[in-house]
Design a protein around this ligand. Structure first.
Ligand code: FEO
Length: 404
């Protein structure tokens, strides 16, 4: 896709990755984009690069606008390889350009490239760069989502180049939010924002709130947010800002997601009466089986829901491997403002349900106890217990949801 002017003399020159379905373990069923931006000013300035494999695409986009040797400045907002991986190919055209980067960014880049041949200028929050008619303001955003991260504000364009923040893994021939005109397409875009937040930014809600407050305090007028993935927010930047604030404040639907795995269908059978109990309390419920559902989808659905029930058979006195893997991954994402319970089947000795609760405690989740265990197949008595378990859990979730 050719370069697109997003503001006067500021161009999207990125690449669309229609084919990627596994982004370091995160399933990207809609592909993604690697966005970077070229400012044609007195000093030609490139904002970020792209993933190494896509460097030729951005170089061609740049060449259609200007000789890459004319690039005077390269701003690296974030060193993760999907954005900085192409820097060596860019710098080959313009070895004397200055790279603007945070201190941690430089240290990280040193571990990926032979940087001794390049010129660097280390920047901090509040530092500015005049490149002609445009002034750039750098704002560090450490741990959003890497230590090196920063965003760049182009003052005269009222443009926030926000690196991963506000992005989505969403490959599309559209570049702007206002091109998503049907309710269905907008819902899909919003879902991609939630998906990205849940899988990448969930651990950093407090930092997100603080950073948005800091930017608001600076009084920056923002008419466009241009992230490094997905769609550019041209028509309605407050929409994505508010979505982030809502999620950082713990927004979730009054809904229970059951995430389970099963060996011989016993744990699976338990989900049916549990769901009946939940629904009879008027609470929406979604069921996800691990191994047949990508983990990143399960994470997104959990994040959209106020509560989760984890179902696991006991295997050799511990949780089923896929469930253990899921909970370990979830613990790293540090979910908050969610309530959890567990259930499962066992043969000669339990253990999985107890372990699931140990994981919930490590995460600091609100807990619904006791969990429910069934010996081998659920009998009709057990099914009644499952139904009651679902009902009581749903009652507790409704109470808990009122806090938000
Ligand atoms: Fe899209 Fe943190 O890289």
């Amino acid at each position: 896709m050719k370069a697109i002017e997003i503001k006067p003399d500021i161009f999207w020159v990125g690449a669309i990755d229609w084919a990627v379905r596994d982004f370091h373990g995160y399933v990207t069923s809609n592909g993604t984009t690697y966005n970077n931006y070229l400012i044609l000013d007195k000093q030609v300035t490139l904002m970020d690069t792209v993933k190494h494999d896509f460097a030729e695409i951005t170089i061609n986009n740049i060449k259609n606008l200007v000789e890459p040797s004319k690039i005077a400045n390269v701003v690296i907002n974030h060193i993760e390889p999907d954005h900085a991986g192409g820097i060596d190919k860019i710098m080959a055209f313009t070895p004397d350009a200055t790279i603007y980067i945070t201190d941690r960014g430089k240290k990280g880049l040193d571990r990926h490239f032979n940087t001794s041949r390049w010129n660097f200028k280390i920047v901090k929050t509040g530092n500015t760069l005049n490149i002609g008619k445009y002034n750039l303001l750098f704002i560090e955003t450490p741990m959003l989502h890497w230590p090196d991260s920063m965003v760049t504000y182009v003052k005269e364009a009222k443009l926030l180049i926000s690196q991963d923040a506000f992005g989505q893994h969403y490959a599309s021939s559209s570049r702007f939010d206002d091109e998503f005109v049907t309710c269905e397409s907008m819902a899909q875009l919003e879902d991609s924002v939630i998906d990205y937040y849940a899988n990448i930014l969930m651990p950093f809600g407090q930092l997100i709130k603080a950073k948005i407050a800091e930017i608001q305090k600076l009084g920056l007028e923002i008419s466009m947010i241009a992230p490094d993935h997905g769609i550019i927010w041209r028509q309605n930047p407050p929409k994505v800002l508010n979505m982030y604030l809502d999620m950082a404040n713990g927004k979730a639907d009054l809904r229970i997601v059951i995430i389970y795995d099963t060996m011989w269908h016993s744990t699976e059978r338990m989900t049916i009466p549990i769901t009946d109990g939940i629904r009879d309390e008027g609470v929406d419920c979604k069921i996800i089986k691990l191994r047949t559902t990508p983990m990143s989808v399960a994470i997104k659905e959990l994040w959209k829901s106020r509560a989760c029930l984890i179902g696991s058979p006991t295997l050799n006195n511990v949780m089923f491997p896929s469930v253990a893997e899921f909970l370990t991954h979830l613990r790293g994402l540090r979910p908050k403002n969610r309530i959890a319970g567990a259930f499962g089947s066992y043969g000669w000795g339990g253990g999985a349900v107890k372990e699931a609760y140990e994981e919930f405690r490590k995460m600091g989740l609100e807990i619904y106890e006791p969990g429910l265990q069934v010996l081998y197949n659920p009998s009709s008595d057990d099914e009644t217990k499952c139904y009651e378990f679902g009902k009581e859990f749903a009652k507790k979730v409704k109470e808990y949801h009122k806090k938000f």
